[in-house]
Every structure is written in C-alpha cells, then in structure tokens.
Design a protein around this ligand. Structure first.
Ligand SMILES: Nc1nc2c(ncn2[C@@H]2O[C@H](COP(=O)(O)OP(=O)(O)OP(=O)(O)O)[C@@H](O)[C@H]2O)c(=O)[nH]1
Ligand SMILES: [Mg+2]
Length: 304
C-alpha cells in the first residue's frame, strides 16, 4: 500500500509547569485536546494524542509540569511525567527562552542524565524574545547536556513547529502506525468534557482556588438532539465553594456558559449543562478521593 517505509513511535513532552507543553501539543496535532491556562499545574494526567503524516505516526504524551510537590496530587503528577521518560523513543524537553537555568531545570537535567533516550531541547515561546536572544539561550543549555537537537518554537503562534516534527521523525524507528489515521486521542469523551469545565474554572477563578478543584461528570445522556450533562466541581473549603458559586450563582453561570459552547462544538450537538459544587476537604492528600476523581496513585508508580 505504501511505497515509502513509515516511521512510528512515542514522544513525551516534559518540562516545568506553564512552559507551554499542552499548547504545543494541541498545535502539533491541530486540535484542542489538552486544556491550557496561564496558571501553573494545569495538566494533571498523561494525555496521549496521535499525529499521522506521510512520514508515519507520532504518538505524543503531554505530561504534568515537573515541580516540587506539596501534596499527594503533586507527587502523582510529577511521577506520571517522569515515568514517561523511560517509555518513549524521543523526549522533548520544553524550556523558556532564557539563559537562567534554575533548580527546576537542574532537577529535570538530572532525570535526563539517567536515560539513554534521545532528548530534543525545545525552546518554546520564541515569539516573546528577539532572534538574537535565542543564541545565548541555546549556548547555555548546550553546555549542560548533549541534546540530540535544539529547536526553538512557538507553540502558541505555531512557529517552527514543522521543523520540530521533522526532527522528531529523525529519531523514530521504522514501523507501522500504532493507531488508525482517524485516531486523535486516548482520552474518553467524558474526560475531555470534565477537563474543559476545569479549564474554564481555572481561567475564571483567582490564584489559590484552581489548584484545589477537580471536576467529575455525574451523568451524560443524549435525548434527541440534546446532550444533558451533570457535572460537579469539587473544592476543598466552604469559602472556596462560595467563590466558585459567586454572588447569586454568577460565577458558576460564567464557568458554565464558557464551557458549554466548546462542549457543543466537540459533541456536535446541543448541550444542557448543569454544574454543582461540592466540598471534599483535603482531597489532594487522600488516595481514595484522588482515585475517585481520576488520579489513580497506582498509575504513577514506576514500573521497573
Ligand atoms: N507567548 C507565548 N505564550 C505561550 C506559548 N505557549 C504557551 N504559552 C502560554 O503559556 C501558558 C501556559 O501554557 P500551557 O500550555 O498550559 O503550559 P503547560 O506547560 O502545559 O503547563 P502545565 O500543564 O501547568 O504544566 C498559557 O497562558 C499559554 O497561552 C508560546 O509559544 N508563546
Ligand atoms: Mg499542560
């Protein structure tokens, strides 16, 4: 069928929180699957997406930002991210375009030194600096590690992303695609809906609260041309519940009205979205509650 031999393999996107991993992944596959926000620690689970081209297939793993964890959820997130390092053909390490290598980057460098997997250094957000500022940045990082490639990109503005894809293919093994070409992600629809609601909550709410919320889908039923969705926003404190609901329910309404059109676009049908708010004290430090909200501590354990 194919005159040309195709390549296929797994590529993880790792880096500190907020460097733009999810934004880049969405642009690479040309569809919004992972949620993004200006607040660190947005992504909490490994999210797999698939890019199929004439050259073959790349399976991307978007991961939570690697940070100093302050609770069990944080540990879970960091373990999920670091675990991918040994499971892939290529590691893309995303960094900010600066010449300062902080403790966070040093920690990641130490993890990279333990693997034999080729590492592509992706200097993201190149749109925020002048071209001449990139060279010193490249030099700084080159001294720290023997990268397979160094590629500046802008995920947000889609700059130089074709070049990144070309570089990735260089390091993938020859082989048949893992998934059929229509496959975009492994995320179940309910999960994507829950994440879209969490994204809107993250974007609408201030500082402290977003880190303590989770979203669960209680029910999702199609009736004729309408999909009825009941979802619950979980938070940690009574005071947070008040803020999430807002005066006269205004905040909850705002979150719902931002999430609904995106869910409708995705499901290609009308949506009736009902949002509820519940308190689960300290859920981020409870194995049982975390598991309930889709963060199974078992999944984060190293398999070796
Ligand atoms: N200017 C600029 N901003 C970007 C770029 N990529 C991402 N951002 C912004 O950076 C912020 C974080 O983006 P995310 O994609 O959520 O970052 P992340 O690395 O997935 O973050 P975590 O999931 O928290 O680890 C958002 O406000 C993005 O709009 C870029 O190339 N240029
Ligand atoms: Mg992310």
């Amino acid at each position: 069928m194919n005159s040309k031999q195709t390549k296929s393999g797994f590529v993880t996107l790792i880096g500190r929180p907020n460097v733009g991993k999810s934004t880049l992944m969405n642009h690479l596959i040309g569809q919004k699957i992972a949620i993004t926000s200006s607040k660190p620690q947005t992504t909490r689970n490994r999210i797999q997406t698939v890019l199929t081209t004439d050259d073959g297939q790349i399976v991307f793993l978007d991961t939570p930002g690697i940070h100093k964890a302050k609770n069990k959820l944080g540990d879970y997130m960091v373990n999920i991210a670091e675990r991918t390092l040994n499971e892939v053909d290529v590691i893309c390490w995303l960094v900010e375009p600066t010449t300062f290598i902080g403790a966070g980057e040093q920690h990641i460098l130490e993890q990279l030194k333990k693997t034999k997997t080729p590492v592509i250094l992706v200097i993201n957000k190149m749109d925020t600096v002048k071209k001449e500022e990139l060279l010193p940045c490249i030099d700084t990082y080159r001294k720290e590690y023997d990268f397979a490639e160094i590629v500046p990109v802008s995920g947000l503005k889609n700059q130089n992303t074709e070049e990144l894809i070309k570089c990735i293919f260089k390091y993938l093994p020859y082989g048949d695609p893992f998934y059929d070409e229509d496959t975009i992600t492994d995320q179940p629809m309910r999960q994507i809906v829950a994440e879209l609601i969490r994204e809107k909550a993250l974007r609408c709410l201030d500082e402290e609260i977003p880190h303590g919320i989770a979203v669960t889908i209680e029910s999702m039923k199609e009736q004729g041309n309408i999909c009825h969705i009941d979802a619950t926003i979980i938070c940690e404190k009574e005071s947070h519940k008040g803020i999430i609901i807002g005066k006269g329910g205004q905040m909850l309404k705002k979150i719902g009205s931002k999430a609904r059109p995106e869910i409708e676009d995705m499901l290609e049908m009308q949506v009736n979205l009902q949002l509820w708010v519940k308190i689960k004290k300290d859920w981020r430090d409870s194995d049982i509650l975390m598991k309930n909200f889709g963060y199974n501590p078992k999944d984060a354990k190293q398999s070796e």
